[in-house]
Design a protein around this ligand. Sequence first.
Ligand code: GLV
Ligand code: MN
Ligand code: MN
Ligand code: MN
Length: 430
Amino acid sequence: DLTSKLRINPSRLITTLHDTCQWGTGHRYGAHATETGMSRLSLSDADKQARDWFVETTKALGCKVTVDKMGNIFAVRPGRVQDKPPTCVGSHLDTQPRGGRYDGILGVVAGVEMLRVLEEGGVETGFPVGVVNWTNEEGARFPVSMVSSGVWAGEIALERAHSLREVGGGSATMRGELERIGYLGEVEASHQAMPMAAHFELHIEQGPILEREERKIGIVEGVQAYRWFTVEVVGREAHTGTTPIDARADPLLAASWMICLSRRAAAEFDGGLASTGILTLEPGSVNTIPGKVKFSLDVRAPTDEILDMLEQRLRSDFDNVIAEATRGGEGMSVSWQTDSVSPAVHFHEQCIEAVRESATAVLGDENLARNMTSGAGHDSVYASRRCPTSMIFVPSRDGISHNPKEWTSPEDCAIGADVLMQSVLRYDRH
Ligand code: GLV
Ligand code: MN
Ligand code: MN
Ligand code: MN
């Protein structure tokens, strides 16, 4: 079969990736023009520009473009068989506030490169082939990660997603911002309205394993479970100069203690992780003991069962902190709000196999690939609930991501894009 010999154009792939980073700003870390990260928050003006590029480019490549009510964009290239759902590749064009140029972006740009190669080669696939840009994967602006693939999968209510407010106390909602930038589509955000035959996602590893083992491809078999919480600790505002330590109800002291305990507790569970990335104090004044502290808590584990146990442990540890901190003094309280829930996932065997075979074909040596579990969440988590899914990882320099210095070599990006395209073609031939 001739299509097994198809390869992407490496320099075009990487040029396109950097071109799309003209939309957004990036923290500079080196002298070279591309040595800047990427800040392109979901549904910002820069995100609109990147979206416009995606729509125009895929239309020019013969795709039918559909935007749903979450602003997810589906670009579908027709196949021989009519009325069949497309075999898709998807990822995201939004980034962290101080993110890099690869997380998410590589997966979408590799999809566009695949479309270019199929067009140039005059390749007619059996099923249609689609490329998807999922909205607000990061959860960095609207604090539910993978929210729009979650709505598509029927796991998150549209109304809840639409009414999400941006982090940092801004007044913008997802629905308002979708409208403002012109990406509140007409089509239901649903797997019924936009079914997919399969979903493949190319992504950077975001960890150190492939680089350390000098391998080129991660065959991703699943994703660990995680839950995001906002923990609120309430105490009492008081003057810093006149309130003796033993007369204070200081929620920051309690919160700090909780955060330290969360790390220690997580370490006691196999593969457990607990992290805090957002901390806010009210009222935020040098000489006022805060009355209220909120912190984000991101808890992860390899299985839902381990995560359940870890969560229970943290809840009781935090209650103990409050009991201790309240002893004799003014009352304090702690409450938890659940923001995101991403269960552990095992991907589809046939898709995993398509990736494995493609990796061997592209690399010519099966030892250059290895099986992996993803530590990060991806839209593939929700895609996998509704269609056969798997993922492909490429090495991350120093294992770093969510950092401007995130980098994957052009050669590794190209290998990943080839494996992605071959996985789609192989799946199509099944
Ligand atoms: C989401 O993508 C996460 O893993 O934080
Ligand atoms: Mn990502
Ligand atoms: Mn990310
Ligand atoms: Mn992610």
